[in-house]
Design a protein around this ligand. Structure first.
Ligand code: HEM
Length: 409
């Protein structure tokens, strides 16, 4: 009897869909829509040839991010590191890449610093900084101004530097290094060199602060946690790296994209100018619509888990497509439309979900509310200085946005 041999070569899974170079620059890859309908938990290949699961439905994504059997520990075998920002570094990785109980212990040390009440108290200072930067922009009227350089990056960068106690004069250093760490396209050795340079910079900073701890987050960590033996010098530096990186690149890109969207949609901009009480809801909708975290979060299963009928085995990785969840029509009606009056926009998962949900979300919200309202009020005629097709979108970065946004008014 002849044995039947299956000679079909299993097809390699498609790569993780990334922002297309053409089409609407605000929309996530079109493949997500098809996957949500047909194969919500699908296999994808990663740049190093390995594979991972990709989750695209809102409900599945909340189930995964809300289930601590899916680990954030990047040192675990099977964690889908390939193509991820920050690369595979494992030392001092920050609590974003840890599981309970260590994640809970470390996150708790800084939770109060980012609570709504604390952050609301910063609103006048954030407004003052924003006004100063807008004054400087006004003085340049008539010439194209890069909104990213003039406003979107400095506001969150100044605020997080102030909160942490990092000298803003060093912003060139940490912005350049952060940019490299968040690039999906630079060579591994260049990214590793940037990581080491940032580590050395923060190491020296923490050493200086150990002698003279200021009244800021790093100073308080040194006095209350390091001096009492709860954490080490290296832990303080890891806090600094995580908060510095997470604290300015994200909000900066949201500011840029939000400003551009409103320049492209004068009707909505006018509606917000007429009724500033809509700003809070508008920020939630802009967060949903843009979903700037484009290739994560990521997890690895620590045990066999079934999600939406698909078995994910222990040791298998999952890439969670936040931009896809936020365009899921079963949750958000007419999801591809920006609707600043949308009643349930705040249900978005742009800040993640579960125990790792964004620690800085209250701060990001206040920064976005202040900057967007101020721009609308002070620069009602602002428009892109050239064709939108020429804007360099961050298709090469894990955090989506614009590298530069030349505007005029
Ligand atoms: C629009 C702005 C922002 C967006 C879209 C954003 C998005 C996110 C997302 C999706 C996560 C979850 C990661 C995961 O589940 O693995 C996260 C975590 C985090 N974010 Fe943000 N973020 C923003 C602003 C900020 C700011 C201003 C800070 C300031 C410190 C910050 C600090 C953090 C930290 C520390 C974590 C880790 C939390 C944990 O692991 O417990 N983020 N962020």
């Amino acid at each position: 009897m002849t044995e039947m041999i299956d000679t079909t070569v299993p097809a390699a899974p498609a790569p993780l869909p990334v922002q297309p170079p053409s089409g609407c620059p605000f929309d996530p890859p079109a493949e997500f829509g098809t996957l949500r309908a047909e194969e919500p938990i699908s296999k994808i290949s990663l740049p190093d040839g390995s594979w991972s699961w990709l989750a695209t439905r809102y409900a599945d994504i909340r189930a995964i991010l809300g289930d601590t059997r899916f680990s954030s520990d990047t040192t675990l075998h099977g964690y889908p590191l390939s193509g991820m920002t920050g690369g595979g570094n494992t030392d001092n990785r920050g609590f974003i890449r840890m599981d309970p109980p260590e994640h809970t212990r470390l996150r708790r040390m800084v939770t109060r610093e980012f609570m709504v009440k604390r952050v609301e108290a910063l609103r006048p200072e954030i407004q003052r900084l924003t006004d100063e930067l807008c004054d400087a922009m006004e003085r340049r009227a008539g010439e194209p101004v890069d909104l990213i350089e003039a406003l979107a990056l400095p506001v969150p960068s100044l605020v997080i530097s102030l909160l942490l106690g990092v000298p803003y004069d060093d912003h060139d250093v940490f912005q350049r290094l952060t940019g490299k760490l968040l690039s999906r396209t630079i060579a591994d050795d260049e990214r590793e060199a940037a990581r080491i340079e940032l580590r050395d910079y923060l190491d020296a900073l923490v050493t200086a602060k150990e002698q003279e701890p200021g009244d800021d987050i790093l100073g308080r960590l040194i006095v209350e946690q390091q001096h009492t033996g709860e954490i080490s010098h290296d832990d303080v530096a890891a806090f600094a790296a995580l908060l510095l990186i997470a604290g300015h690149e994200t909000t900066a890109n949201m500011i840029g994209l939000s400003a551009l969207t409103l320049m492209q949609d004068p009707g909505t901009a006018e509606r917000l100018r007429q009724d500033p009480t809509l700003i809070r809801g508008a920020v939630e909708e802009l967060l949903r619509f843009h979903s700037i975290i484009r290739n994560g979060p990521r997890r690895v299963a620590t045990t066999d888990i079934e999600i939406d009928g698909q078995l994910i085995r222990a040791g298998e990785g999952v890439v969670v497509a936040v931009p896809s969840a936020n365009r899921d029509a079963t949750v958000f009606a007419d999801p591809d439309r920006l609707d600043v009056g949308r009643a349930n926009a705040q249900h978005h998962v742009a800040f993640g979900y579960g125990i790792h949900q964004c620690l800085g979300q209250a701060l990001a919200r206040v920064e976005l509310q202040v900057v967007i309202a101020t721009l609308l009020r002070r620069f009602p005629t602002m428009r892109p200085a050239g064709p939108v097709e020429e804007i360099p979108f961050r298709t090469d970065m894990a955090i989506y946005g614009c590298h530069a946004l030349p505007v005029t008014w």
